[in-house]
Design a protein around this ligand. Structure first.
Ligand code: GLN
Length: 484
């Protein structure tokens, strides 16, 4: 088996048995990046010192379990050795040279940072390609986009350029591109992974999380980056996220709620609905109990999201100290951005303007404060549902990704009337993930979204792992195979 086909778990076990070396591991993945990234454009910057860093970890006495394994990091997460651009032309100063806590946890385990991946400018919009420094394409079919905003991370993992990557998710930016690229994308329970070093978009919604090619690898990476320093794991009933000892025969014991108002929404494409329905039959075949439920409408959820996200965005840019974890610790970003405001993309300018309205006198009470109250009601409603169901299921995206040539069409992710099924988990803080569940006609993946109760990330991963085994789908795209 070639290196690029191996996942985190396998690499770790081969490294620990001495069957492969740290330097060989780093070099093989770098070869794959050099071979394919010209076609895919997943990376904004690549780490030229990767092999030297692998030599260093391999000679260290305790190199750590990840020694030599290169991971990719979305370019809105701070790293010590590589610049952070947020894929914005307006940010042309050398931003935040330190490792975000989630990155540091990887480095402490001997992991290496292969490079920083492309995103929509500052993490806004779900269809990679708009306003970004470069256009990433979907490794399953290069005529299509990978989705966003963590499109570079998802494409890099799907193409086997790295076995795993970090993304960030404010309203679906891990799950949407992971869905479009046929890989696993996990938005952990809010606060389970530290946001330190993540350039804020909307701090009460933003969350860092893993993108991998298997559910078990997502659990493994979550275990590494989970914030054990701030959270009391014992009190929360958490030990680890290790799935290897679970070995379930089936899905009996799991009660699933299928959100029929999402699945039957007329904007859900027929092929997406068909794949999801086939997958639900498989869940029943595995003895999982599935009942139909209704979730708050995507329209309501999206309106609340835009008011809160853009209001917070504006606060973040202009004030200090509100969220502790600011875009810039020492300086209001707006002062620096004002010199470069013309270089900001249209989308970002538009959102800053919306945010300023949401925070202005009069509107703050009329919109922002009301949206926050409705958010509390949404949380109550979801908690009630979660007391009845272990897992809630929806399609991750109602459509397959957009074509590169189409740009941002109204019916594709990122458009304001697109029904986002991912946002509810950010507004409520609940954990959610996407699992690939089939392929559409142009060879593009379809994803099923799982949502669970607070800190039930492991339970959600365990159910997804069983279904993944049953579905047995390919997770590695060979770039260049499909381009129709
Ligand atoms: N579609 C959402 C938005 O454009 C998602 C963004 C995100 O998760 N970063 O705001």
């Amino acid at each position: 088996m070639s290196f690029y086909e191996k996942g985190l778990k396998q690499l770790i076990s081969e490294l620990s048995r001495g069957e492969i070396s740290a330097v060989e591991t780093a070099a093989e993945f770098m070869r794959r990046i050099v071979e394919y990234d010209d076609e895919i454009n997943a990376f904004i910057s690549v780490n030229d010192n990767l092999i030297a860093e692998a030599e260093k970890v391999s000679s260290a006495e305790d190199g750590g379990e990840l020694r030599g394994i290169p991971l990719a990091v979305k370019d809105n997460i701070s790293t010590e050795n590589l610049p952070t651009t947020c894929s914005s032309r307006a940010i042309n100063w050398d931003m935040r040279r330190y490792n975000a806590e989630a990155v540091q946890a990887i480095v402490d385990g001997g992991g290496l940072i292969a490079g920083k991946t492309n995103l929509n400018e500052l993490g806004m919009v779900s269809a990679s390609g708009q306003n970004a420094l470069l256009v990433t394409v979907n490794p399953w079919n290069k005529k299509y986009l990978p989705g966003g905003s963590s499109g570079g991370s998802a494409a890099a993992v799907a193409a086997g350029m790295v076995p795993a990557a970090l993304g960030s998710d404010t309203g679906g930016s891990i799950r949407m591109p992971a869905c479009y690229c046929g890989v696993i994308g996990l938005k952990p329970t809010y606060s389970l992974v530290s946001r330190h070093g993540l350039i804020a978009f909307a701090p009460s919604l933003d969350q860092i999380g893993p993108i991998t090619r298997s559910v078990e690898d997502a659990a493994l990476l979550l275990d590494i980056i989970a914030d054990r320093r701030r959270l009391n794991f014992a009190e929360l009933g958490l030990e680890d996220f290790d799935l290897s000892d679970l070995n379930r025969d089936d899905l009996s014991g799991f009660k699933f709620g299928l959100a029929t108002n999402y699945l039957e929404d007329e904007r859900v494409e027929a092929e997406v609905r068909e794949k999801i329905e086939e997958t639900i039959d498989k869940i029943s075949g595995l003895k999982g109990r599935v009942e139909n439920i209704k979730l708050p409408s995507p329209e309501l959820v999206k309106s609340i999201y835009y008011i809160i996200a853009h209001g917070e965005l504006f606060k973040c840019l202009t004030e200090k100290g509100d969220f502790g974890d600011k875009c810039f610790p020492d300086d209001a970003i707006i002062n620096r951005l004002s010199d470069n405001v013309n270089l900001l993309g249209r989308e970002v300018k538009f959102r800053i303007l919306c945010g300023s309205l949401m925070q202005s006198e009069g509107y703050e009470q009329k919109y922002f404060a009301r949206a926050v109250r409705i958010r509390t009601l949404l949380i109550e409603e979801m908690r009630k549902l979660m007391s009845e169901y272990d897992i809630i299921l929806t399609p991750t995206s109602p459509t397959i990704p957009g074509k590169k040539s189409e740009g941002l069409s109204r019916r594709k992710a990122g458009a304001y009337d697109f029904p986002d099924f991912t946002i509810l988990a950010n507004l409520t803080g609940l954990p959610a993930m996407t699992l690939p569940c089939g392929f559409s006609t142009p060879g593009l993946p379809v994803g099923l979204q799982f949502m669970s109760d607070f800190f039930q990330d492991k339970k959600m991963l365990a159910a997804a792992a069983k279904l993944e085994e049953e579905l047995d789908l390919p997770s590695l795209a060979e770039p260049g195979v499909n381009s129709d």
